[in-house]
Structure formats: C-alpha cells, structure tokens
Write a protein of this length. Structure first.
Length: 455
C-alpha cells in the first residue's frame, strides 16, 4: 500500500511535470496499475482487515458472555452485568485465565456492534399546548451553612419561556406550590405538562403510557384543568428541554455558589434571571423567547381561582394538645385535646390544623427535628383553671416575650401568690395588638416602680 507522500509525489510528477504513466512506472519502479490508482485518489489510504483476528483466550467464552448480555436486556437497569462483573464470573465459574482488559474490550466491541444508534426527530409545538417539568438539585450557602436545595424547573415548549424556583425539598406541597407560582408567572396554564414518574404524582406505573396517579395530584390538576403526560420509565430524554433547563440553571444562574440570608432572596434573584431569559433566541429561529411568549400567553388556559398547595395528613391531638407531623409537634387549643379526627394541611412554609373543617391552629413550619412548637394562647384557658401550673408551663416558658412581661409576672406573683393576673395579661392579645399591650405593660411596670420608690 502506497503512503500518502508517495501518492503526492506521483500526482505532482504527472500533473505538474507532465510525465506519462509509462515513464513514472519506469522511474519509480512501480506497476502501471499502481500508478493509475495513485492518480485517481487524493485521500490517505486506510487498511481494512478482511478477517477477524483470532483470540483463543476470549473465543472460548464468547458465547457465554453474549448470553449474559442478552439476558441483561430484560433485567432491571441497575442489575445488569458490568464488564468487571462478567470477568469475575468467568474466573469463578469457568476458570477463565485471560485478563480483565480482554473481557472489557470484547464487551465494549460487542455493545458497539449491537446497540441501536442514537437518533431523534425534530419536534415542533403549538403555542400553549405543552410544558415540561423537572426537579434538580443544587448547593447554596444559606446563612453561612452549605445547604442542598431543590430547583423547581418548568419550561413552555413553544416559546421556551422558563420558570425556576428554589424549595427546601420536593415533597407534594412543594410540587403544588411550584406549579401555582409558575402559572401565576406565566399568566396562564399550559394544556399538557410532561413529567417523569415521580412518586408525588404517580402511584403506580401501569402498562404502556397508563399511570395510576396520586389522588391529591389528580385533584390539583383537575382544578387547573391541565393534562399530565408521563415519560416511559428511565426515559428522561423524553423531556429533554427541561432537563437542559436544569443544567442551565445550575451552570449559569448558580455559579458561583450563591450565598444568601434566606431562600426568598435567592428566589427573587432567580425570578430576575427568568425575566432576562426572554432576550435569548429560540433555537433554529431568529425569534426571541419574549416575542414568542407574547403569542403563547394568549393560548394558555385561564387560571381559575386557587387550590390549597398542601399535603393533607390525618392526625390525633394528644393529651398535651399537640399534633405530631413528621418529627415535630405543634400545639392546638386545649379544648381539642383527645380529638382523633384532626387534619394537618402541610404547606411549604407553614402548617394548618383543621378540626370539623375549621382551622384551629396555624404555625410556621419547622424543618428541624424533634421540636415542640407552641402558641401560648392555646393553653391560656386551661391555665386559668390551673394557675399554679404557670410557673412550669413549657408553652409559657418557651414563649419569647418582652422583659416587661416577665417583670409584671414576677411582681404579680409576689403580690397575689398566683399567676391569674399574668394569664389575664396574655389574654389581652386576643383583643389588642402586641404593641398596644406591650406599651400598657411597660406603663404599668413603670408606675409600680415609681410607687415602690416613693415608699
């Protein structure tokens, strides 16, 4: 086989200097056929093997390896043979004497020959018809502490308009709140949203495209009137636009790692990035995202009212007037102690306790563990009947009250030998604002101090 340098020489001598094929054959001691082939080509010649190289070490176990790889096609994705596992089995079960690299090479070549080439079909979507949703993980520094958060990412497929928001988790209440916020931001609801098979939406994957959806998810999407379409299992590429958005959010919006005082601050920043994204051009077009979105917005479904973005949990009120949710306990008024039919509505930032359809308690949600969250007012009626308990009552002791309250309590306890006056003071918050009561307490304490000084 001629090298490229020889081919180049033959072509130059023939085309530039005018030497004939006969003369070149004589001068270069090459056959005329070789000269003609060189003149017809101008590419580097490549050698093609016509027969496979014999490899007696691997040949003896080829059929075994191929059978294992064939069986793997029906096995779960995470329980299929790796090349290293195949090597170990061959050693143990068949006394294989070859090297692991030999097995790896064969497995790689076999898969390359038998795998289906990756290909995709260009898709086009109508305005308002489709959106894709996905969660993504990110790291931020929250109040000086490195914290993992979840990125709620939704993208409209026609205009490529995006919505991104950070949540502390990806539970059902965060899923619902993210959707509601996205719809408000878009000014409407896409007719169909594409998801993977997340457990907060899908209870069971059935045959083909059928899914048994979670009841709460059905209620939520039925309120907003959108349809859900789910990817085939392990086929996240079916929602490639939003998966790309997750990568974009991390790489462009969260580098360097954000350092924030609270999540709300970060979400405001992300909202600004979503606004700026409208200046991006839609791929394969000369149109900007913002221009296309003006058209798509008109085709979105209208937002019909609001729906509780909460996860509902059955609960029992114990004898301490507490309901347990996750690892924490939250107080309710003592008159409901012992009720077994309470319902907790868990929102992202707060929880509500409902009894007989009425909200009897509302607390800021705690993401710490093993906490007791008290509202002191819930215990005042019971304390009025048991005033001696006030000295050791946890709800009172753990309530952050102004110093003047403690001074009032100390003086009233010394004078009356009970805490009834202090309980009456705390009950004033039911009728007046905290500032009004605080000023009254400070005035009372000051007046009493003046009297003591005169005495």
């Amino acid at each position: 086989m001629l090298k490229m340098a020889n081919i180049e020489l033959i072509r130059k001598l023939h085309f530039k200097e005018g030497r004939s094929i006969r003369q070149l054959s004589k001068d270069l001691k090459l056959s005329r056929q070789t000269i003609r082939k060189a003149l017809e080509q101008n590419e580097i010649p490549t050698y093609k093997r016509t027969k496979p190289v014999a490899n007696p070490v691997i040949d003896s176990v080829k059929t075994i390896i191929i059978q294992w790889l064939t069986d793997d096609e029906t096995a779960p994705l995470k329980q299929r043979h790796s090349a290293a596992q195949i090597f170990r089995r061959l050693e143990k079960e068949y006394g294989f004497k070859g090297g692991e690299s030999t097995v790896r090479r064969f497995v790689r070549q076999y898969k390359q020959l038998n795998e289906t080439p990756n290909s995709s079909i260009p898709l086009e979507f109508d305005p308002g018809e489709f959106a894709q949703f996905d969660w993504g993980e990110a790291i931020i520094v929250l109040n000086g502490v490195e914290t993992k958060v979840m990125l709620f990412c939704m993208r409209l497929l026609y205009s490529r308009k995006i919505f991104i928001k950070v949540f502390p988790h990806q539970r059902q209440e965060a899923l619902f709140q993210g959707h509601a916020d996205a719809f408000d931001y878009f000014g409407g609801v896409p007719k169909t949203i594409i998801y993977d098979n997340m457990k907060t939406a899908v209870k069971k994957v059935l045959e083909g495209t059928k899914r048994e959806e979670q009841v709460a998810f059905i209620q939520f999407r039925s309120h907003y009137l959108f349809d859900a379409q789910f990817c085939a299992p392990a086929k996240g590429n079916e929602k490639g636009q939003v998966e790309k958005l997750v990568q974009t959010a991390r790489a462009q919006f969260l580098v360097p790692v954000p350092q924030v005082g609270d999540i709300q601050e970060l979400n405001q920043y992300l909202l600004e990035q979503c606004d700026r994204y409208e200046e991006t051009y839609v791929p394969k077009t000369k149109e900007k995202v913002g221009d296309r979105f003006l058209l798509e917005k008109e085709q979105l479904l209208p937002i019909i009212g609001t729906h509780p973005c909460a996860r509902k949990v059955e609960a029992t009120v114990n004898s301490l007037s507490l309901v347990n949710f996750e690892t924490n306990a939250y107080s309710v008024p003592t008159r409901h102690a012992g009720r077994k039919d309470a319902k907790i509505f868990a929102y992202v930032n707060h929880i509500e306790v409902l009894i007989d359809g009425n909200c009897v308690a509302k607390h800021e949600r705690s993401y710490d563990r093993l906490q007791e969250i008290f509202e002191v007012d819930h215990y005042l009626d019971e304390l009025e009947r048991k005033p001696r308990a006030i000295q050791h009552a946890r709800p009172v002791r753990r309530t952050n009250l102004p110093p003047s309250y403690q001074e009032f309590y100390t003086k009233s306890l010394a004078k009356y030998r009970h805490g009834k006056e202090y309980i009456k003071l705390l009950k004033l918050h039911r009728e007046f604002t905290i500032e009004t009561v605080k000023r009254a307490v400070e005035s009372c304490v000051k007046e009493q101090l003046n009297k003591d000084m005169k005495m």
